[in-house]
Design a protein around this ligand. Structure first.
Ligand SMILES: [Zn+2]
Length: 381
């Protein structure tokens, strides 16, 4: 199934097995960026690494057998489906001994991972979901109004109404006075229609929760229409698309996604700039991998900023789950630390456990000059 909403993630996360572990499998399958050969090579490596990890795990025969079966099923699924798979990412959750099997197609690429855990590892799904905004697109002219829902890279028509406000006074037969009267009448009709559209937009927004509102209409309508919007909507109206009710949904989707990307980049830039100015004035921020990980371990990080695809091996304490860049022994509990393939990924997980937000920054950004990673802190250090 396609990853579309939080409910799917919540329902997936409810699965738990008393006696067996669950395999969570994530694969970057973006054919726009990777060749088929590269994808199948990383799949092979991923499964091979998972198998050798599995061999080293201290597990009962039954548990190990179930996980092995998961990997075999994943491998079989990929060899049958991957060549025709058209999504940027694939996620599979399996617990063979409980007959549990769920496949998700993802709108963008996850980090390649196989996780064996007590329950499905849903955090990568939720981080992908977080990257998308649910956008409401309203397009209207005098004749009609249409509302679209754009989410997870797809568009659907929610509602449409017909206005049919005449555009001008019909020629012939009218004296000047009469024309004026009709013009005023038409202006009133148009205003009533705009009010109706604004009201409908608010009603629909209550039923369909969304983050942003984009508007597609003639520029001359803006000044009259916008003040009619409910304040809730005014706050969310942050974009304009070149569209009218006759524009094809495909075209509207393209315009919307283009604008969403631009606005997301702006959001990221603003965040990084805010971070750097906080850092430079010696405020509540810290930069670099070691510092960030330390603050995260201590529960002092409020938001961590990480550069997308920035990945570094590191170490984790098996007892207290603290992360370290290179400590062989955990300084707080003296246990020998275990190596991890990607400390950033572990940091994302730890952040969620510690109620710390994670923001993904697309490179190149100014964050590069600060070690590609940093954090806003709860308190000044
Ligand atoms: Zn420890």
């Amino acid at each position: 199934m396609k990853l579309l909403n939080q409910e799917q993630i919540e329902s997936l996360s409810k699965f738990k097995s008393e006696n067996f572990l669950t395999t969570s499998f994530y694969l970057d399958s973006d054919k726009g960026r990777l060749t088929k050969k590269e994808i199948s090579l990383s799949l092979k490596n991923l499964l091979r690494n998972a198998k050798s990890r599995l061999d080293l795990m201290d597990l009962s025969k039954e548990k190990r057998g179930s996980l092995r079966k998961d990997l075999d099923k994943v491998s079989k699924f990929c060899s049958q489906q991957l060549s025709s798979f058209s999504f940027s990412g694939l996620a599979i959750f399996s617990c063979s001994s409980e007959d549990f099997w769920q496949v998700f197609s993802l709108p963008n690429s996850p980090r390649n991972r196989v996780i064996f855990d007590k329950d499905p590892y849903v955090r990568l799904l939720s981080s992908i979901l977080d990257e998308y905004h649910r956008i409401f697109v309203l397009t209207f002219d005098r004749r009609e109004a249409k509302w679209y829902d754009v989410s997870m890279g797809e568009i659907s028509l929610i509602e449409s109404i017909v206005g049919d406000v005449p555009s001008k006074v019909k020629e012939g037969g009218w004296k000047g006075y009469e024309s004026k009267r009709i013009e005023r009448h038409i202006a009133t009709l148009l205003r009533e229609y705009f009010k109706k559209v604004a009201k409908k937009t608010f009603e629909l927004s209550k039923k369909n929760h969304f983050d942003w509102l984009f508007l597609g209409c003639k520029e001359e309508y803006n000044s009259e229409f916008e003040p009619l919007l409910h304040p809730y909507l005014k706050n969310r109206l942050i974009g304009r698309v070149k569209a009218n009710p006759g524009t094809s949904p495909d075209r509207i989707l393209k315009e919307t996604l283009g604008l969403e990307k631009k606005l997301k980049t702006q959001e990221e830039d603003e965040l990084v700039n805010r971070f750097i100015s906080e850092l430079e004035k010696g405020g509540r921020a810290i930069s670099g991998l070691k510092n960030t990980v330390r603050k995260l371990n201590q529960g002092e990080a409020q938001i961590i900023l990480i550069t997308r695809n920035f990945s570094v091996p590191g170490r984790i304490c098996p007892k207290c789950h603290s992360l370290y860049v290179d400590e062989l022994r955990c300084p707080s509990c003296r246990r020998k630390t275990d190596p991890v393939v990607d400390i950033i990924d572990e940091a994302v997980e730890l952040a969620m456990d510690k109620n710390c937000q994670v923001k993904h920054i697309t490179p190149p950004s100014r964050l590069n000059r600060y070690g590609k990673i940093g954090a806003f802190l709860w308190y000044k250090t």
